[in-house]
Design a protein. Structure first.
Length: 296
């Protein structure tokens, strides 16, 4: 049980895992990746993540030489080697080794890396007390410069936003897009609750189409809670009754303070708690379906 790394199909211990310093993923952040989790030991929403991985690769002109089933097979092998009760997978495809040049022409073979580690469990204080976030000055990358629907290894903008938030006393940052509207947190999507209605920035705001976000947008209406996708200024966060973040690893995390000021009454709200409970139910259902289907 623990951390293992698969590099081009070879299972390695963490201290043996390495890529070339001439890999363009290392040199230029020229890579795409996905993060997947298990439920009851079974990878869930794997097909959705692999579809997004393929889409990200197309957007950076990277041709994947593996079939969907070959990718699933590598993940299953790594998961078995990790032998964790619940696992976190980071699936990375780099451009591969080549010349020290921005042009990728010299990179002949992409490198496939699967990192498996025990699934991080959010601290109980997150669900009980919520997160503190900061609205940072650094904007989300302009969608015209780097397509937000491509999940790439080029994460310096988000890294610097998180550093800014931490220095201001926040647990995470929320970035606005260049127009000044709410985009996303550093590794999560953002939801707002006002008068019992749930809202989230639309994809047109320059955000990644989060797998957990999309899942909730589909599932919440089935419980009688509609979800509005729109454009919201930064002030909408401070005026919201509730705010929560979503991601594969984080799940549904309440935000209770923004720039030091309380959101609503400063406690995780009832809608956020209902959404979190729904997400757990959906994960159980998806695990049952994935286990029965065998290929997800």
């Amino acid at each position: 049980m623990g951390v293992v790394v698969s590099i081009d199909g070879k299972i390695l211990a963490p201290d043996q895992a390495a890529v070339s310093v001439f890999d363009h993923g290392f040199l230029f952040g020229d890579s795409v990746y996905e993060v997947v989790r298990t439920r009851r030991g079974v990878p869930v929403t794997l097909d959705e993540h692999l579809a997004r991985l393929e889409g990200s690769a197309r957007r950076i002109y990277l041709e994947l030489p593996w079939s969907r089933e070959a990718l699933r097979s590598r993940i299953r092998e790594a998961n078995a080697a990790g032998a964790n009760p619940e696992s976190y997978f980071r699936i990375i495809v780099t451009r591969g080794t080549g010349e020290i040049s921005l042009l990728p022409d010299s990179c002949r073979t992409p490198c496939l890396i699967v990192i498996v580690k025990p699934l991080p469990v959010p601290a109980p204080s997150v669900s009980a007390e919520g997160l503190r976030v900061s609205l940072v000055s650094r904007p989300r990358n302009d969608r015209r410069a780097l397509d937000p629907s491509a999940k790439t290894g080029n994460y310096l903008n988000n890294l610097l936003a998180l550093v800014e938030a931490r220095r201001a006393g926040g647990d995470d940052a929320i970035l606005l897009n260049p127009a000044g509207d709410v985009a996303e947190a550093t590794t999560s999507n953002v939801f707002l609750v006002r008068g019992g209605r749930v809202s989230t920035p639309s994809l047109d705001c320059g955000i990644l189409a989060g797998i957990t976000r999309d899942l909730l947008v589909r599932e919440l209406p089935r419980t009688g809670t509609s979800v509005e996708e729109g454009v919201y200024p930064g002030s909408a966060l401070r005026e919201a009754d509730e705010v929560f973040l979503t991601s594969t690893v984080r799940g549904v995390a309440p935000v209770t303070r923004i720039d030091g000021a309380p959101v609503g009454d400063g406690k995780p709200g009832p809608v956020t708690r209902r959404v979190a409970a729904l997400y757990e139910e959906v994960l159980d259902r998806l695990a049952d379906e994935a286990g029965a289907g065998g290929s997800r």
